[in-house]
Write a protein that binds this ligand. Structure first.
Ligand SMILES: Cc1ncc(C[n+]2csc(CCOP(=O)(O)OP(=O)(O)O)c2C)c(N)n1
Ligand SMILES: [Mg+2]
Length: 589
């Protein structure tokens, strides 16, 4: 078997916009290109395309992937079994993608999910768009029709490449001839530069054809080999002469910035810190210089706080970190790990380089800015705490019965009862905007949230992904009732796939029988009559249908004991807490 060197050139791969962008990045990262593309070798041999892909996935360290079967993807699933890669069935394709996406978030390397063609593939738009905005490396494998059938087929034929192109970094329909190069390239594109999803469309007929090669030993792990960015002297002057510096951390800091490096910089500079929802925990939220979370409940207070700054150091901040556009008069110096910077986020200086190395290089150059930092951070935290404190007006809203438990009390009790390494996953709604601000995260990658797209249905699979990654970590999921009911069938997935563990796995549903976030917004606009409320559901019976234990909490008095009981089970349990929806009012401003 002849060994042939696998040396792709960028010119060979020039395919439109995404490749142009990648080309720019690769020019910028000559070391990465040589590591990723040049180390691969291949030998001539006969594999089916499906077997080739399975072997390739195995070589990238993939141990499991998720999806829903279809007549057109069973060859690949079977080939993966032969490579000891576990296929895990879910009930909605978005769930498969959320599982993969959160695995990528927790591990920092690409993760895989699979669908059939047609409706299986059109079902995944939400989760793929979410991964795109969360900048997470995801390998999306759909089935498809092959050329030229794709031009004429009508049954279950949807234009998958076109549908997924705007929400993926790159996509391609596989053939025996392009599979080897496409896989290696897809892996690199997903992980390098600004990470994101890539889409491989695998026609069933192609999966069964043969390919004359053995899979490559390419690896696209983010290498972090960029140097520290140089600092223009004008930016240096600003950093050292300002009076009110602030550090803002964004989602790109995940896996690229160590907690130790950013804490050292912040201590040296005396600058207060704002975390974004997806960077929670990178800077510990029990530090005296922690000010608050941007773009969630209490946002007006955090905006006011940022308005006092005269210099902002934005580390790994991304446009999709914000709900509202960035508005600041302060000189903003961004440290960014790649050249793709959104217009949503304007900076006076953008230093492109390795985040950790740049932060470490800057640290000794900064001088301490007196007591501004601890004072300003404490004042901001105090205002947020006051804004979010339970109001307990005792009044029932027009259509809802006065419920017993303030959502803040549930979160505070849960936090008290769980250790710092607990992974917290939330869904989307009022409970998310509160959880992001209230849940104290002190360790990186311990808070799972959909922020860029903010899609419902994210929370439960995120929690399951955390359990699958590390069964012995405590995991807590907080979801709205609207979000839980949207994907209620996934409770069966949780029951079936949750690994045995000696640590808690608690799913808490905030029962308010309404889409609380939209209800509050509708009321604020004077549209109280809009239908946001739905029927009260018996979650204990729902859990029983899936053979899951369940606990019902109706009053604050029983909250601590019952949550403790749920945590002590060390297996998946559904806790339904009757929430006082009125508490969410006035949290925003
Ligand atoms: C898939 C999806 N559909 C619609 C929305 C719009 N939306 C945002 S929050 C929300 C309400 C969520 O209700 P629930 O899950 O009960 O959480 P709560 O706000 O009550 O805490 C809706 C409908 C969305 N973000 N995602
Ligand atoms: Mg609700």
């Amino acid at each position: 078997m002849a060994q042939v060197t696998f040396a792709l050139t960028i010119r060979k791969l020039t395919r439109g916009k995404v490749t142009r962008k990648l080309g720019r990045e690769l020019n910028h990262y000559p070391n990465i290109i040589s590591r990723t593309f040049m180390t691969a070798t291949r030998q001539e041999s006969e594999f089916t395309v499906a077997a080739y892909i399975a072997r390739f996935l195995r070589q990238q360290g993939i141990q499991r992937f998720w999806g829903i079967t279809g007549g057109e993807n069973v060859d690949l699933i079977n080939a993966c079994y032969a490579e000891q890669i576990d296929f895990q069935l879910v009930h909605h394709e978005n769930t498969a993608a959320f599982l993969a996406q959160n695995t990528a978030f927790l591990t920092g390397v690409p993760s895989v999910f699979l669908t059939t063609l047609g409706p299986g593939a059109t079902n995944i738009i939400n989760a793929v768009a979410d991964a795109y905005l969360a900048r997470l490396p995801l390998i999306v494998i759909t089935a498809d029709f092959e050329d030229p059938t794709v031009e004429f087929a009508t049954h279950q034929n949807a234009p998958l490449l076109e549908l997924l192109r705007p929400i993926t970094k790159w996509n391609v329909r596989l053939t025996p001839a392009n599979t080897a190069d496409s896989l290696a390239y897809a892996w690199a594109v997903a992980a390098q530069g600004r990470p994101g999803p890539v889409h491989l469309a695998l026609p069933a007929a192609v999966a069964r054809q043969t390919i004359a090669a053995v899979p490559l030993q390419a690896s696209a792990r983010p290498t972090g080999i960029m140097d520290a960015a140089p600092l223009p002297h004008t930016a240096h002057a600003r950093l050292t002469t300002c009076d009110a510096p602030v550090v803002v951390l964004g989602l790109e800091a995940n896996h690229r910035l160590s907690q130790e490096a950013i804490v050292a910089l912040v201590d040296q500079w005396g600058a207060p810190v704002v975390n974004m929802p997806m960077s929670k925990g990178i800077f510990p939220e029990d530090h005296p210089l922690f000010a608050g979370i941007h773009s969630v409940y209490g946002y007006a207070i955090v905006d006011e706080f940022l308005a006092q700054a005269d210099c902002i150091l934005a580390v790994g901040l991304d446009g999709s970190d914000f709900i509202h556009p960035w508005q600041t008069e302060a000189t903003t110096i961004a440290i960014h790990p790649h050249t793709e910077v959104d217009s949503a986020f304007g900076a006076d200086y953008v230093l492109v380089g390795d985040l950790d190395a740049t932060v470490r290089r800057l640290t000794p150059e900064l001088t301490h800015q007196g007591d501004w930092g601890p004072r300003a951070a404490a004042a901001c935290r105090a205002k947020i705490q006051q804004r979010l404190a339970p109001k307990d007006t005792g009044e029932a809203t027009a259509s809802l019965t006065k419920a017993a438990v303030a959502p803040q009390a549930v979160l505070a009790t849960l936090r008290d009862l769980t250790p710092p390494e607990t992974i917290f996953a939330c869904d989307v709604g009022s409970h998310k905007l509160l959880s992001c601000q209230m849940w104290q995260s002190t360790q990186p990658q311990t808070f799972l949230v959909s922020n860029g797209l903010s899609t419902m249905g994210f929370g439960v699979p995120a929690a399951l992904a955390a359990k699958l990654c590390d069964p012995e970590r405590p995991v807590v999921c907080v979801t709205g009732d609207g979000g839980l009911l949207m994907y209620a069938g996934e409770l069966e997935t949780v029951k079936r796939l949750a690994p045995p563990s000696n640590a808690p796995f608690v799913i808490v549903v905030f029962v308010d029988s309404t889409l609380a976030l939209i209800r509050t917004k509708s009321e604020e606009r004077g549209y109280a009559g809009i239908e946001n409320d739905f029927g009260h559901t018996d979650y204990v019976k729902l859990a029983a249908a899936f053979d899951l234990p369940a606990i019902h909490i109706q009053s604050e008095d029983e909250c601590a004991a019952k949550l403790q009981e749920a945590l002590a089970l060390n297996r998946p349990v559904l806790v339904a807490v009757e929430i006082d929806v009125d508490e969410y009012r006035h949290m925003g401003g």
